[in-house]
Design a protein around this ligand. Structure first.
Ligand code: FUB
Length: 326
């Protein structure tokens, strides 16, 4: 039986969970951390993952099932390495798996693969999504049927290198007193396989409308975007990377600007933090990961979940990942 704040599975390491309710069950699309040693650097070479395993639970109190290998890098013609944080979507009677990987030039791109089943196996498209770059795709489908893909990550995720719209291998991020880089958003085409619109940068601002600055590491965007809708408002949540928090902003528009609101999840064991938020029946859940099972190894993480609670004003109560810790 799945337990709150405990690893969902322990026979493999899993990370970066994107949770969805498909066919009445909770499906979780995580990265699959391999139990091997790699050099650790700002490029993220330690996150040397090759495939995806999809997990599911009948409900939050049921055991978690591993559906086995759903896609391997060897079967993706354009990709060479680092199958990082994925997401999934359903439309046109088809399940879509979105994933980042390095292409033959070592540049991160976003790929898509399709399946008739939410558990896979998934068949990849032969090429990456044209015009895609960086990492951590997350797809949100609005009530009007439009689907948006959010993506982007600093450092190993290469987002700094795309500020001009072209890949500049030596580009650095903005100065500390300049607006921070935001995640990118594009509307997806009706067949969900390409961008319908050019990716735009999302602006994240404070309560006075001033952009969050690059030096504001407690609040600025780093990686792992996730968008959900609650009571007619859009919520963009993400990792602050170097300060290891999951934070969020709220907007009236799925493409922003988003007004920063606060912290959803305080730091977990391990360097990275990555999450998703999903409603199942009348409750909301936060899926996240930490490195507790591996004794703190940054690249051997485990997916966990817990309940998420809104305040009356629509803000989210901050979650301590270790509620029993003294
Ligand atoms: O799992 C590899 C990378 O680590 C993800 O793409 C990031 O979000 C971070 O969790």
């Amino acid at each position: 039986m799945a337990k709150r704040n405990e690893p969902l599975v322990t026979h493999i390491y899993t990370a970066d969970p994107s949770a969805h309710v498909f066919e009445g069950k909770i499906y979780i699309y995580p990265s699959h951390d391999l139990d091997h040693e790699r050099v650790s650097n700002d490029n993220g070479d330690q996150y040397d993952m090759e495939d995806y395993h999809i997990l599911s639970m009948e409900d939050p109190d049921s055991p978690c099932v591993d559906h086995g290998e759903a896609l391997h890098v060897r079967d993706v013609p354009w990709a060479t390495a680092q199958m990082w944080a994925p997401d999934a979507a359903y439309k046109n009677n088809t399940y879509y798996l979105y994933f980042p990987a390095r292409d033959k030039d070592g540049i991160f791109r976003l790929g898509v693969a399709t399946s008739a089943s939410p558990a896979g196996p998934f068949k990849p498209e032969p090429n990456y999504i044209p015009g895609s770059f960086s990492i951590d795709p997350a797809v949100f489908t609005d009530d009007d049927g439009k689907s948006y893909i959010y993506f982007g990550g600093l450092w190993g995720g290469q987002l700094e290198k795309w500020q001009t719209g072209e890949f500049k291998p030596d580009a650095e991020g903005p100065a500390a007193d300049a607006p921070a880089l935001g995640p990118r958003v594009a509307e997806l085409s009706d067949d969900m396989l390409s961008f319908k619109t050019e990716p735009q940068q999302i602006s994240i601002v404070d309560e006075d409308g001033n952009p969050i600055l690059a030096g504001d590491e407690d609040r600025r965007y780093f990686e792992g975007p996730w968008v959900h809708k609650y009571n007619g408002n859009y919520y963009l949540s993400y990792s602050t990377g170097t300060t290891h928090q999951i934070v969020y902003g709220i907007s009236k528009n799925p493409q922003g600007p988003y007004v920063y609101k606060g912290v959803i999840l305080t730091p977990v064991i391990g360097w990275t933090t990555h999450h998703s938020i999903v409603q199942f029946k009348d409750k909301w859940y936060l899926f996240y990961h930490d490195s507790s099972l591996s004794g703190g190894a940054d690249n051997k993480r485990s997916v966990k979940f817990t309940e998420l609670t809104y305040n009356e004003d629509g803000t989210i109560q901050t979650i301590d990942p270790y509620p029993d810790r003294k």
